[in-house]
Design a protein around this ligand. Structure first.
Ligand SMILES: *Cc1c(COP(=O)(O)O)cnc(C)c1O
Length: 492
C-alpha cells in the first residue's frame, strides 16, 4: 500500500525516456527530483511528462524545460488530516514529507489517508448502554430476561402488531415462520428472487422447494403479475405453495394490496421478510405487518442493530407462543426435560435485547438520517441522466436503508469497474443482490419473470449499485462519495 520511496526518487540528467520508464516502475504517478545532497528540487507528475511528449520533445532528450513549480510538501510529524486538507486545497494526490534538511522521507498519497467509508455500519444511540448495564446489575446475562420481554413488547407496539418473539437472527425468524406454517420436505415455497440469500435458505433447511418470483420496475419488489402467473400455474399443477415469502428490498415496502389479494384468492399464507424495511410504511401501516407472519433483522448492517438478532411478529398469539417454544429446544411442559419435537436454540439473549431497546428509541431518527443521505446523493446529480435511483413508490415511505440505483443499460458504465474504482478511494459500494434464480445454489428452481419474456431483476442486478448509506455518515463523508463518484463516472 505504501509507496516505496527509492522507486520514485530520481536525480538530474535523465532522458525523457528514462523518466517515463521510472514513472512506470514507480507506480505512483509522481517522481521526486532531488539534488546531490538528497534535497527535494521538485515533483514531476505523469501530466508533466505527457505535456513534454505532446510538445514534441524527443525521447532521448535530456535538456528540456519543465514548467516552474514549487512542490507542496509537509514537514515530518505533520498531522495526516492536515496533509489531506492541503492536498485537497491544492488539488494534488501526493505530498512528499521532508526532514529538517529538506530531504524526502515519505510520500503520502491522498487515497491512503482517507478513512474508509463503509456501506452501512452500526450506529448506537445513548441509551443502549444503560439497558445493558441493567442486565449486568441484575445478573440477567443468561438468555431471556426482562430486556427480551420488554424489547418484544416495545417493538410490537412500535409497528402495531399483536405479538413478537425476539430471536437470534432474521434467518432464524424466517425458518421458524416456515415451520409454523407447516412447510416440510417436498413442499413448495414462493419467494422474491431479488434478495439476500437468507430469505430463501430456510426453505432449504426444511428440504422444501423454492420457486422464485421476479420484481416489478416500480418498487424493485415482488411483481404481483409474476406472482399471479406463478400461483395460477401451481394451481393447475395441483401444487400450491405452503407459503409466499415477500421481501421488502432496501427499505421499501412491496405493493401489498394486490399481493395480499392474490395470496388470499389462492389461500396461501404470506411471510413478510422486512429485514431491510423496519421503519418503512405502506399506506400508513408499518412494514412487516402485512403477512400472517413478519420478520425483522437486527444484524450489524441493518437500520437498527443488536449486533445480531431478529424478530418474528404476528397478530396470532398462538403462532408466536409456538415460535418461542421451538426457539427454546421445544421443551414439553413436564417436570423433567421432555421433548416430542425437534427444537432450536434461536432465542435472543437478554444483553442483546438491551441494545435493541436502546436502538428502537432512535429508529425514526435513523430513518430520517438514511433518507437525508439519499436526498443529498440524489440532489448532487451523480451519474446524470444515465443513472436512475431506486424509485420510491407513492403508496409508502421507504427508509432508504441503502441508497441504490441503476445505470442505463445502453450506457458506458461498467458497474463492477465503478465499484472497484470507488474501492481504490476506500469507498465501499456494492452490487445489487444477485437474484436467487441466478444463483448456483438454486439451479433448476422454477422462476416467474415480470413479463413472460423480460426479467426485471436480471436487469437491476446487471446495472445496479448500492452506495454507502450509514445513518452515521458525516456530510464530509457524503461529499467525498459524491465527488469521487462523479469523478469516476466521468472516466467512462
Ligand atoms: C439481513 C437479511 C436477512 C437475514 O437477517 P439476519 O439477521 O442476518 O439473519 C433476511 N432477509 C433479508 C432481505 C436481509 O437483508
Amino acid at each position: 500500500m505504501m509507496i516505496e520511496l527509492q522507486r520514485v526518487i530520481i536525480h538530474q540528467g535523465l532522458s525523457l525516456r528514462e523518466l517515463l520508464a521510472r514513472m512506470d516502475q514507480g507506480g505512483a504517478e509522481i517522481l521526486l527530483l532531488v539534488d546531490g545532497s538528497g534535497r527535494l528540487v521538485r515533483t514531476i507528475t505523469d501530466g508533466d511528462l505527457r505535456r513534454l511528449l505532446l510538445a514534441g520533445t524527443a525521447l532521448e532528450e535530456v535538456q528540456f524545460e519543465l514548467p516552474e513549480k514549487t512542490p507542496i510538501t509537509v514537514q515530518d510529524g505533520t498531522d495526516r488530516e492536515l496533509a489531506l486538507d492541503l492536498m485537497k486545497q491544492n488539488d494534488v494526490n501526493h505530498i512528499p514529507v521532508l526532514d529538517d534538511f529538506g530531504r524526502p522521507i515519505e510520500l503520502l498519497r491522498a487515497r491512503d489517508l482517507e478513512s474508509p467509508i463503509l456501506l452501512s455500519t452500526p450506529h448506537m444511540g445513548d441509551q443502549e448502554l444503560s439497558f445493558i448495564n441493567q442486565a449486568f446489575d441484575t445478573n440477567w446475562i443468561a438468555p431471556l430476561g426482562p430486556n427480551v420481554d420488554a424489547f418484544e413488547r416495545e417493538l410490537a407496539e412500535k409497528v402495531g402488531v399483536g405479538h413478537a418473539a425476539a430471536l437470534s437472527s432474521g434467518t432464524a425468524a424466517i425458518h421458524l415462520a416456515l415451520i409454523l406454517l407447516g412447510v416440510n420436505e417436498g413442499d413448495s415455497v414462493f419467494c422474491s428472487s431479488l434478495t439476500f440469500v437468507a430469505s430463501a435458505n430456510p426453505i432449504l433447511y426444511q428440504k422444501a422447494v423454492p420457486v422464485f418470483i421476479d420484481s416489478e420496475p416500480e418498487t424493485w419488489n415482488m411483481s404481483p403479475a409474476a406472482l399471479q402467473r406463478g400461483l395460477e400455474q401451481a394451481a393447475r399443477d395441483g401444487r400450491l405453495p405452503k407459503a409466499v415469502i415477500v421481501v421488502n428490498l432496501y427499505g421499501q415496502s412491496s405493493d401489498f394490496d394486490p399481493i395480499v389479494a392474490i395470496c388470499d384468492k389462492f389461500n396461501v399464507p404470506l411471510i413478510e421478510d422486512a429485514a431491510e424495511s423496519l421503519g418503512a410504511s405502506y399506506k400508513g401501516r408499518a412494514s412487516g405487518t402485512f403477512g400472517k407472519l413478519g420478520i425483522y433483522s437486527f444484524n450489524g448492517n441493518k437500520i437498527i442493530t443488536t449486533s445480531g438478532g431478529g424478530m418474528l411478529v404476528s397478530d396470532d398469539r398462538a403462532l408466536i407462543e409456538r415460535a418461542r417454544f421451538f426457539a427454546t429446544q421445544a421443551r414439553d411442559p413436564a417436570p423433567w426435560y421432555q421433548h416430542t419435537s425437534a427444537g432450536f436454540n434461536y432465542r435472543m439473549s437478554n444483553v442483546l435485547a438491551g441494545i435493541g431497546r436502546g436502538q428502537l428509541r432512535v429508529l425514526e431518527e435513523r430513518v430520517g438520517q438514511r433518507r437525508a443521505v439519499f436526498e443529498r446523493y440524489r440532489d448532487s446529480g451523480i451519474g446524470g441522466e444515465s443513472f436512475q435511483w431506486m424509485p420510491e413508490a407513492s403508496f409508502g415511505r421507504s427508509t432508504r436503508w441503502l441508497s441504490c440505483g441503476v445505470f442505463d443499460s445502453e450506457g458506458r458504465v461498467d458497474v463492477q469497474r465503478f465499484i472497484e474504482r470507488l474501492a481504490e478511494h476506500r469507498i465501499e459500494a456494492r452490487r445489487i443482490w444477485k437474484p436467487l434464480h441466478l444463483q448456483p445454489l438454486f439451479e433448476g428452481c422454477a422462476y416467474f419473470p415480470h413479463d413472460e419474456d423480460y426479467s426485471v431483476s436480471d436487469h437491476i442486478f446487471a446495472h445496479g449499485i448500492c452506495l454507502p448509506s450509514g445513518s452515521n455518515m458525516t456530510e464530509r463523508e457524503q461529499d467525498r462519495v459524491i465527488d469521487t463518484a462523479k469523478k469516476i463516472f466521468a472516466e467512462f
